[in-house]
Write a protein that binds this ligand. Structure first.
Ligand code: ARG
Length: 460
């Protein structure tokens, strides 16, 4: 049965019903819909808007419906949306009493409430996966403090760094994602129920009671806004989008670093794929797919932002389009976080190749410039002198650590014997003791700080 057919004289067209329905995707809200209805009906009973015994009967029946769905004894089908489905089922089970459930409520505030409950739970789920991922990264960092790799800018060798510092960079990104979700949670944690269709209700409902039953921290303050506010959905998908951006960048590195050309890492066979025609190939399909799926989540973000931008004030049916965008983004980000975490644990580093590559590309040139500055030369001049030394090396097929002292001294009399030590890769990494720098002590401090911030975020 439809919830709205009273004023109609003709039955609706099947094609119109099919187009209008949302049950094929909003069935996912069944748990939260039932939870919200139980809280609402309890409040209706407590405030004597409906008789207490009837409220109890409704709640008992809702609990049974939930149990039947969970057990697979009740399949969700044959209604316009999940709200209609649950209400029809209730009326089927307890008759006319069930029809009281929708007192002082509209599907407009109901769906907004369900969705907020859903997003709150979803944020917790995604955050737990992010936490697991950061824990894996911290472990990898701990195990690789002593190993050196090239650090890149513009994908050209820039300066040597440790594998641990490189991995920590991603922990920082995922920590920011966690913070963003935590912040999004605050704005999601507001209950719209009681806004009804759009103007509130004349029943003496107790919104605070319902909110506390549903563990909402706040209640919305404007019914017109509350029924159509989907900012929290857009924000949630944006949070998912930054996670995907970070995963995608990491995947790009993994794909690149596992090529024969780089040869820095190896992805275990269990997480690699072959080619149907080229027997020699071992392909990085998993990181490629994560990189590719990032587009989906950005697509969902564009979809929700576009839905929101066009609607006139208050509820419009366009908002039904919020759900698939949300569910798709959620599913993608959860899947990708899960498999990526596994992938990371199945990667090995070729530390010798990385170390070798780190020494190439004149990656300690900045150390020479800094050396000259410490001896009194202005940085710009030091930069120019170092540039000439690099050119000399290129022309003479030399590396910075293979130049004789007298060659250095031919470029500047400020060079002393200690320059030969300064251009060594290990020395270069260790020299950057500044907070956030590449020195082992700084990287250890970075690991400590990431661990602390992570624990702080999960303490309550
Ligand atoms: N299925 C609808 C949605 O997802 C529920 C709200 C319907 N409200 C209405 N006034 N037609 O938005």
């Amino acid at each position: 049965m439809k919830l709205w057919e009273g004023r109609f004289t003709e039955p609706s067209a099947k094609s119109a019903d099919d187009f209008n329905q949302s049950l094929s995707f909003d069935y996912k809200l069944y748990w939260h819909d039932i939870l919200a209805s139980i809280a609402h009906v309890k409040m209706l009973g407590e405030t004597q808007i409906i008789p207490k015994e009837e409220a109890d009967t409704i709640c008992d029946s809702l609990v049974n419906i939930l149990a039947d769905i969970e057990k697979g004894n009740l399949s969700i089908e044959g209604a316009e949306d999940i709200h209609t489905f649950i209400e029809n089922e209730l009326v089927k089970r307890i008759g006319v009493k069930g029809k009281r459930m929708h007192t002082a409520r509209s599907r407009n505030d109901q769906v907004a409430t369900d969705l907020r409950l859903y997003v709150k739970d979803s944020i917790v789920g995604v955050c737990n996966k992010l936490k697991a991922l950061i824990s894996t990264l911290l472990q990898i960092a701990e195990n690789n403090i002593q190993y050196i790799m090239p650090g890149y800018t513009h994908l050209r060798r820039a300066q040597p760094v440790s594998v641990a510092q490189y991995v920590n960079a991603y922990s920082e990104m995922f920590l920011r994602d966690l913070e963003r979700f935590t912040d999004c949670y605050k704005r999601t944690d507001v209950m719209p129920l009681g806004s009804c269709a759009m103007a509130g209700t004349d029943f003496p409902i107790d919104r605070k009671m319902t909110a506390s039953l549903l563990s909402f921290s706040e209640i919305s303050q404007n019914s017109i806004d509350a029924v159509s506010d989907r900012d929290f959905v857009a924000e949630y998908i944006f949070c998912c989008s930054t996670v995907m951006a970070h995963l995608s960048r990491f995947c790009e590195d993994i794909i690149l670093y596992s090529t024969d050309e780089f040869g820095f890492i190896d992805i275990s066979d269990a997480y690699s794929t072959g080619s149907s025609i080229m027997p020699q190939k071992k392909n990085p399909d998993i990181p490629e797919l994560i990189r590719g799926k990032t587009g989906r989540v950005y697509g969902s973000l564009t979809a929700i932002l576009t839905v929101i931008k066009g609607i006139p004030t208050s509820y419009n049916k366009d908002l039904q389009e919020d759900k698939e965008a949300l569910f798709n983004a959620e599913e993608t980000v959860l899947n990708c976080l899960g498999i990526f975490n596994e992938l990371l644990q199945n990667i090995s580093f070729d530390t010798r190749k990385m170390r070798f590559a780190a020494a190439g590309g004149f990656s300690t040139a900045t150390d020479i410039a800094d050396y000259l500055v410490q001896k009194g030369m202005a940085f710009r001049d030091a930069h120019a002198v170092t540039g000439q030394i690099v050119r000399h090396c290129i022309e003479n097929h030399k590396t910075l650590d293979k130049l004789d002292l007298y060659v250095y001294q031919s470029f500047s009399s400020l060079f002393g014997e200690d320059i030969l030590e300064r251009v060594k890769v290990n020395r270069s990494v260790e020299a950057r003791k500044v907070v956030g720098g590449s020195a082992r002590s700084a990287v250890r401090e970075n690991i400590r700080s990431i661990t602390k911030r992570l624990n702080r975020m999960f303490k309550d």
